[in-house]
Design a protein around this ligand. Structure first.
Ligand SMILES: C[S@@+](CC[C@H](N)C(=O)[O-])C[C@H]1O[C@@H](n2cnc3c(N)ncnc32)[C@H](O)[C@@H]1O
Length: 287
């Protein structure tokens, strides 16, 4: 079959299982042919080799059973960085770019900055910030060694040298350190949330997604402990669920964050809470 016929037949096959059948098909065919979508449009009559046809057929079969496109191609773009992703990492989401935009705007005057990205996964947040600020000192942590290995590969691939990687259960490996920015997209889905039964999340690591009965366990731990690891006027910046705005604000207030900023993502969903603390406030509270 040629490119045009292959696209048509595969789109039909995926229609029952994917709401983005045509796009999925194009991405997977580009992956097999190692080309971009302009090539598909320019050469509709070009025939696939038997090997290419077989590889493509196998990918479409796996997509039919729900495997995310990013796991099939092994990559996903985030902040214009093509990142390797594997089933050990969350697939980076566009809404997480809201956190990057906030950091770039809020700290645009800052020449030096010590940042930690907690639960870095593929390295998306740490590497995007590092790419924008090569002079900043960035630490990226995760509890999963497999995820950290992927993040390290992504740093090497993009020749990003200002990120240090550490295995850590939240702040455990950071004792005695202090940061200007603590940033995280922690797990925040409630156990038993029906969304876990549909789409890509079925294939992503549970440890990336699920955080106790209300989805708030990890947000609570991080907001409670962050003060110990923030410099004076340091910021904690967290991604959270679209429906967790009030609960996350309460956690920040309970941990003495006085200046609290909340942001929505591009579709207008509440997604990010950031708070600033001074060490005086922390000292007062703990003395
Ligand atoms: C929602 S994913 C975010 C991944 C990446 N930062 C992103 O935005 O694409 C949460 C990440 O936190 C990590 N994680 C879960 N529990 C953790 C813990 N107790 N300590 C450190 N990292 C943890 C997971 O392995 C996962 O990589």
């Amino acid at each position: 079959m040629n490119i045009s016929e292959t696209l048509l037949a595969a789109t039909k096959r995926l229609q029952a299982s994917s709401s983005s059948a045509r796009i999925d098909t194009e991405i997977l065919l580009c992956h097999v042919l190692d080309c971009n979508s302009a090539h598909l449009a320019a050469w509709p009559e070009k025939k696939l080799s038997p090997g290419q046809a077989q590889q493509f057929d196998q990918l479409i079969s796996r997509r039919e059973t729900g495997t995310p496109v990013a796991y099939l191609t092994g990559k996903r773009e985030f902040w214009s960085l093509e990142l390797e992703v594997t089933p050990a990492t969350l697939i980076p989401r566009p809404e997480t770019e809201t956190l990057i935009e906030f950091v770039l705007e809020q700290f645009k005057q800052q020449k030096k900055c010590h940042v930690v990205d907690l639960g870095t996964g593929s390295g998306a947040i740490a590497l995007a910030i590092a790419r924008e600020h090569p002079d900043w000192e960035i630490t990226a942590t995760d509890i999963s060694q497999d995820a950290l290995t992927v993040a390290q590969k992504n740093a090497a691939k993009h020749q990003i040298n200002n990120v240090e990687f550490k295995i850590s259960h939240w702040f455990n490996a950071l004792k005695g350190e202090s940061f200007d920015i603590i940033i995280s997209n922690p797990p925040y889905v409630a156990e038993g949330d029906p969304h876990l039964l549909n789409g890509d999340v079925r294939f992503e690591p549970a440890i990336s997604l699920i955080s106790g009965k209300q989805g708030m366990d990890d947000v609570e731990i991080i907001t409670a402990e962050a003060g110990r690891y923030l410099k004076n006027n340091g910021w904690l910046i967290l991604e959270h669920g679209y429906d967790q705005k009030k609960q996350v604000q309460d956690c920040f207030e309970a941990s003495d964050f006085k200046t609290i900023v909340q942001k929505t993502d591009l579709p207008g969903q509440s997604r990010m809470t950031a708070g600033c603390r001074t060490s005086t406030e922390y000292t007062t509270k703990t003395s």
